[in-house]
Design a protein around this ligand. Sequence first.
Ligand code: ATR
Length: 283
Amino acid sequence: MISKVCVMGWPIAHSRSPLIHNFWIHQLGIKDAVYERLPVAPKDLVDTLRHLRDWGFVGANVTVPHKEAVYASLMRHDALAHRLKAVNTIVMTEHGLEGRNTDGYGFMANLADRAPNWRAAAGPAVMLGAGGAARAVAAALDDAGVPELRIVNRTAARAQTLISDLALKCAKFFHWDDMASALNGANLLVNTTSLGMAGERDLEIDLTPLPSTALVTDIVYTPLETGLLTAAQARGLKTVDGLGMLLHQAVPGFEAWFGKRPQVTHALRKLVLADMGITEDSA
Ligand code: ATR
């Protein structure tokens, strides 16, 4: 019997998860396994979860707009999905479907991979944004031991809700106008807003207050080099692009479904970049 895994979302046509997981399925010689896209309209979500096992799926990834709804629909979750109230990975266990969340793992693993000398505990982190993606990043930075998390968001109430929902003791809210004080002395700047994404306007921030040792990263990966990363490089700062977060968040799910831990390699990155129309070998 074929072991099927899917990524469910709406729309889902552009998901690169099949490319990543099918690469690993072939590379690791997993027999009779396939990873596919499953378009699921919001009205069909509960029904899809109910039938997932009958349809031959041994697991799934969950993407926009279903992460919170899947959390609400499942009976079981790991601690992180429970904390975030959002699920990006579904694993079949002997007790039924279990919702997990690997987005924060992906974020931290990407930094460990591309900026191995960076240390969470070395200074304050600044996070731009307080949406769904920001929750996973904030929890991961909190768990990694940042001494202070400065959250800059356009809408104050949304940042305050994030801070209280995640019980972040180390977090402080900053208005966008207070950006300079937020950046002052920071050890990390991460963008989790949609600004800088293809089709959106760029983030326009004066990075002068950042220390020369600060790391700058963006979870946006289309384009791979966002305006923020270009500006940071122009200031001589170390940068990490967001593609690695996508690649690394896929690792724990694959291991749970297929029993082998895959690696995020240069070859995988190159494959996904090629799919994005980027061929530079140095990327
Ligand atoms: P995601 O799930 O990808 O994080 P989201 O939940 O819609 O998406 O969150 C988008 C984030 O980008 C939010 O922090 C949003 O700020 P608000 O909370 O004020 O809405 C931020 N964002 C989007 N467009 C923005 C803009 N033009 N200026 C500033 N922030 C913006």
